[in-house]
Ligand binder design. Structure first.
Ligand SMILES: *[C@@H]1O[C@H](CO)[C@@H](O)[C@H](O)[C@H]1NC(C)=O
Length: 352
């Protein structure tokens, strides 16, 4: 008997000889763990989707994740802390009661001249005939996020102006994010830039969720008879209304298998649709798609699909897709690090 018990217990690695009281303890621990898994499953499978259906606010939180103001402990009024020493922090009112925090970085060649200059100098500098980029960032975090600062530095080094807003509800901007609100903010900034930049090229660069804002904005402009000079779509997706398994912003769900069945389709109700694919069919601007092949959040097939739509709407000369090899490891946000990026951007700007 003793031998058999010993044999059975040796199934548990490292437990050769188990005394009766230990066994009882283990059984108790096991049932506690079991209870905990059951409770967690109930929470995940029932309560989370239920809350998502009844609480649009929670959906808003999940889509925009704007409350997570990463990086923490950055003073958004001091971009020079992030070695953006030729950058002005300013606030624009995109709509009554909505104040947007915006960074304006001038071309790097002007960094010395820019020291200690005021808002008026920066606004005046916009009129220096250098191309102007409006960078529309993705969800989560602020305009101070590393990859956003990274893009601003690349563009500034190329001799361009860069304006990076935090949409309503993000960073130190007031209000709450909605799809219409984000589009209004971007459109306002575009018109503001146009009013200050003379005949300079103005290019919109959207990243991730920001590509949805970018295409929305471009279409609004077309409806007003304005064609934006160029649009860059980095890490794009076709629409946020995807089945949950391919939904680009539901990574919190991807890790919880089986939850797709219970997941409602909240995006329509909350008007967070971002119909980029439909938008492309109405757009008239030259477009450059940038995408990493190893992007885990918005797989590259989204960009390929979007590229096809854009080419069939305009033509292959006005639309380009540049992808970055998986071996480079850029994932969703990292392609600003690519040593060829400046050349790629420059060529696109020259073609406009
Ligand atoms: C300011 O920024 C420019 C451009 O990035 C850099 O070359 C320069 O060293 C910086 N100067 C100071 C004092 O930090």
């Amino acid at each position: 008997m003793k031998r058999r018990a010993g044999k059975r217990d040796s199934f548990y690695p490292g437990v050769a000889d188990v005394k009766p009281e230990n066994r009882a303890q283990r059984a108790e621990g096991k049932s506690q763990r079991w209870m905990r898994s059951v409770l967690l499953s109930i929470f995940v499978l029932v309560l989370v989707p239920f809350s998502l259906t009844v609480l649009p606010e929670l959906i808003q939180l999940l889509v925009y994740t704007h409350r997570i103001r990463v990086p923490f402990f950055v003073d958004l009024s001091r971009p020079s802390d992030l070695s953006l020493n030729h950058t002005m922090n300013m606030y624009l009112t995109s709509e009554e009661g909505i104040s947007l925090g915006v960074w304006h970085t001038v071309p790097e060649s002007q960094w010395k001249e820019a020291q200690g200059k005021d808002l008026a100098w920066y606004q005046n500098a916009l009129n220096d005939r250098s191309p102007v980029f409006i960078y529309l960032h993705g969800n989560m975090g602020t305009r101070a996020a590393t990859h956003r600062v990274g893009v601003a530095k690349v563009l500034s080094a190329l001799g361009y102006h860069v304006l990076v807003p935090d949409y309503r509800g993000f960073g130190d901007s007031t209000g709450e994010p909605t799809e219409a609100g984000l589009t209004t903010d971007a459109l306002y900034l575009f018109n503001w830039v146009k009013a200050h930049s003379g005949n300079s090229l103005v290019i919109i660069w959207g990243q991730s969720l920001g590509t949805g804002v970018a295409t929305n904005t471009a279409v609004k402009l077309v409806e007003q008879g304005v064609v934006c000079d160029g649009v860059i779509l980095e890490a794009t997706f076709s629409s946020t209304r995807q089945p949950v398994t391919v939904h680009p912003f539901s990574w919190y769900y991807w890790t919880l298998p089986g939850t797709g069945y219970f997941f409602p389709e909240p995006w329509a109700e909350n008007k967070a649709v971002f119909p980029s694919e439909e938008n492309l069919k109405k757009m008239k601007s030259p477009i450059l798609f940038l995408h990493s092949e190893d992007d885990p959040l918005t797989p590259i097939r989204f960009a390929q699909q979007m590229y096809e739509v854009a080419v069939s709407t305009q033509n292959a000369e006005r639309v380009k897709l540049v992808s970055f090899d998986s071996s480079l490891g850029y994932l969703h946000n990292g392609l600003y690090k690519d040593p060829h990026l400046p050349d790629i951007i420059k060529r696109f700007v020259m073609s406009l």
